[in-house]
Design a protein around this ligand. Structure first.
Ligand SMILES: Cc1cc2nc3c(=O)[nH]c(=O)nc-3n(C[C@H](O)[C@H](O)[C@H](O)COP(=O)(O)OP(=O)(O)OC[C@H]3O[C@@H](n4cnc5c(N)ncnc54)[C@H](O)[C@@H]3O)c2cc1C
Ligand code: SF4
Length: 304
């Protein structure tokens, strides 16, 4: 397996969720640790940049503030100093029945994501519903980013939209081949983009998101919305882009009624299961609340 900062991979190895025979470390590859470009031309971010570096980068903070914020609220300061943006985008999906020690998992007979046959969240389910829990993945999709993948099976390089990196499957959650390296992330020119990311979690100090809302808007001079993307994290096995909700904003001024209608529509495709922290009913209830807050924040409207 590939290891970057190791902040996800090593704990998973300790719990025997991953049992690789060989690790290939990326930390010495200096080409992965760079940021090039500008807000006007677009930014290329090396996958080996740490989350701390992304959160403090002046162009990211100024032109793509949702990304700086999302990188800055991942886990703890120590883990952000080690954890990379590439590792965050490739983060394993999570589940209460999977992110446990080997002995805990053994005591309940394991589950199909590792060592077992059935899904303990939905017993008759033929698939795993582990949750996409990356903070920066929804933001990258909202920003319209693309990612460069290098190595087998193509033997060369390919560039795909960030959204296309993910699959709605708790086990095969990435479309990249196991030995493909994510080398860089390309952000399009900011061009007046207004962005926001909001994260719901139990403990602000270091918990994973149980809901993440990334929004990106463009507003004309008179306040009419000309571009909108709303992407939800931690509500499914992949980051969920809510196109219908975003379409309700286009051509509209962002009045409280318009924001509320989009927020309610955005919550519809969010179908979280009872396999992460906090009550399912609470997480569902908070989805439109967080979408509305994120839209207001991005648009510079009064918050409540
Ligand atoms: C206590 C704790 C709290 C955490 N809280 C959060 C949180 O709130 N939000 C959050 O998003 N994450 C959280 N994390 C997870 C993790 O710290 C971050 O996601 C971090 O960004 C992972 O990056 P890394 O470089 O350490 O990845 P690694 O652990 O090195 O790798 C993670 C995965 O990505 C693959 N990988 C890494 N780099 C590449 C690459 N360039 N190309 C291809 N594959 C690659 C690895 O093979 C592995 O499968 C937490 C972890 C812990 C232990
Ligand atoms: S969703 Fe089901 S199969 Fe997937 S990790 Fe959880 S219990 Fe296991």
């Amino acid at each position: 397996m590939i290891v970057a900062g190791g902040t996800d991979l090593y704990p998973n190895m300790k719990r025997r969720q991953f049992e690789p025979k060989t690790l290939v470390g990326l930390r010495a590859v200096s080409e992965l640790r760079r940021v090039e470009g500008s807000a006007e031309r677009g930014l290329t971010i090396g996958a080996g940049m740490t989350l701390t570096q992304i959160s403090q980068h002046p162009v990211v903070a100024q032109a793509y503030p949702a990304l700086a914020y999302a990188a800055g609220v991942v886990s703890t300061a120590q883990l952000r100093n080690m954890g990379t943006i590439g590792g965050n985008l490739c983060l394993d999906t999570r589940c209460n029945y999977y992110n446990q020690s080997y002995h805990w998992r053994k005591s309940i007979g394991f589950c199909m994501k590792k060592d077992g046959d059935i899904c303990l969240v939905a017993l008759s389910s033929p698939r795993c519903w582990a949750v996409s829990s990356s903070d920066t993945a929804p933001v990258m999709i909202a920003l319209g980013a693309s990612v460069r993948l290098v190595g087998p099976p193509s033997g060369g390089e390919r560039v795909i939209p960030a959204q296309a990196l993910y699959r709605d499957d708790g086990m095969e959650y990435l479309t990249k081949a196991p030995h493909e390296i994510l080398s860089e992330i390309m952000l399009p020119p900011a061009d007046g983009l207004r962005t926001a990311y909001l994260k719901l979690r139990r403990r602000g100090a270091f918990d994973f998101p149980i809901l993440g809302v990334a929004v990106a808007l463009r507003l004309a001079g008179d306040g009419t919305c000309t571009h909108a993307k709303i992407v939800l994290g931690a509500v499914a096995s992949y980051p969920v882009e809510t196109q219908h909700a975003a379409s309700l904003l286009i051509g509209q001024k962002l009045t409280p009624e318009v924001v509320e209608a989009a927020a309610q529509a955005a919550a519809k495709p969010a179908k979280p299961l009872d396999n992460t922290d906090m009550l399912l009913s609470y997480r569902k209830k908070m989805t439109p609340v967080y979408v509305a807050r994120a839209l207001r924040q991005a648009a510079g409207l009064a918050m409540n």
